[in-house]
Design a protein around this ligand. Structure first.
Ligand code: SAM
Length: 310
């Protein structure tokens, strides 16, 4: 039997990897043709395994980019770890300039998926700044859930210096907390770290609270609906101060880059609509004064802000 169109597109993309001068647009065009075919295969009801088998050559070619190789392999045991986020925020390209791997990474780095993450970090940093300003000279208490390397907090060092602020960091990955604590060492005893899955750390987190601001950036993309709602309830009832703010982000539904993330990077995300967010928050309506669901500048990611009742 001959090659399917999907296998053919994967082979065309992979062929560019052995030729150093594939060029930015040639690689981009081949990737677009391949991902259009993947989308059709999904619409035709092809299974994930069948598609993975058909695009195996393309996926292998992507490992010429150390970043794509890292994303595919999950070296820390889970997708979307803090090290990959650090890499995204730094906007580095660690491949050899002019190679297939370098051009492939350029596509990612100059594209909306990376931009949405940077937008998210900037938005989170702004929320922290607003919490500091909003409290005047009063002490401020901030909790970052699934903080990773705390890239958001690290952006606003000047505003944190000399401020009466208490920061609590949580992450399930001890490596993330180690990095964040090292970068934020200037906070001294104003900084506390709580290691563990947030769902099993609520008691400990509440002992250090309550908080004016609770941030969970880039976590809800990995939480099933039931857990996502349970966490929102715990945050609103046990962690937020009356009148405090709970923020989380979630990649929106119908993300056109999903096929690239899933099939070339092994990076599945749980996408959500505004209605899904309403469903997460609805059981805790008594705790909610107001909720705002915005989007980052790319339009790809939902930014959810929930103000707790007084
Ligand atoms: C994509 S990173 C997000 C980092 C950062 N908050 C940001 O906005 O860029 C996801 C982080 O969530 C952490 N994480 C995932 N599931 C978790 C859980 N159930 N409890 C605590 N941390 C979790 C991971 O260890 C990782 O550091």
């Amino acid at each position: 039997m001959g090659m399917t169109l999907l296998e053919q597109r994967a082979a065309e993309f992979a062929a560019l990897s052995s030729d150093c001068d594939g060029g930015f647009w040639r690689i981009g065009a081949a990737m677009a043709s391949l991902l259009a075919e993947v989308t059709d295969a999904e619409l035709d009801g092809k299974s994930k395994d069948d598609i993975a088998q058909a695009v195996a050559t393309a996926r292998e070619a992507c490992t010429r980019s150390p970043f794509f190789a890292y994303a595919q392999q999950w070296p820390r045991g889970y997708a979307g770890d803090f090290a990959i986020v650090e890499h995204i925020v730094a906007q580095r390209n660690d491949a050899q300039p002019g190679t297939f791997g370098w051009e492939l990474k350029q596509h990612l780095m100059t594209g909306p998926m990376v931009q949405q993450h940077i937008n998210k970090i900037v938005h989170q940093a702004r929320l922290i700044q607003e919490a500091l300003v909003g409290r005047g000279d009063e002490p401020v208490s901030i909790l970052l859930i699934a903080c990773g390397g705390a890239a958001d907090l690290r952006r606003i060092q000047p505003q944190l210096m000399g401020r009466d602020v208490k920061v609590v960091l949580n992450d399930a990955d001890a490596g993330a907390l180690e990095l964040a604590a090292q970068e934020l060492a200037y906070l001294g005893d104003q900084l506390t770290v709580v290691h563990g899955n947030v769902m099993r750390s609520i008691d400990e987190l509440s002992q250090h609270g309550p908080y004016d601001l609770v941030i969970a950036g880039g976590l809800y993309d990995y939480l099933p609906q039931r857990i996502a709602s349970r966490l929102a309830g715990k945050v609103l009832t046990r962690l937020c101060k009356p009148g405090g703010l709970f923020y989380f982000s979630n990649v929106g539904e119908a993300n056109p880059y999903r096929v690239m993330l899933e099939h070339l990077m092994n990076w599945p995300l749980i996408e959500r609509t505004e209605a899904d967010i309403d469903e997460i928050v609805a059981p805790h309506a008594e705790q909610v004064k107001e909720m705002h669901i915005g989007r980052d500048g790319t339009g790809l990611t939902l930014l959810v802000e929930i103000r707790k009742t007084l």
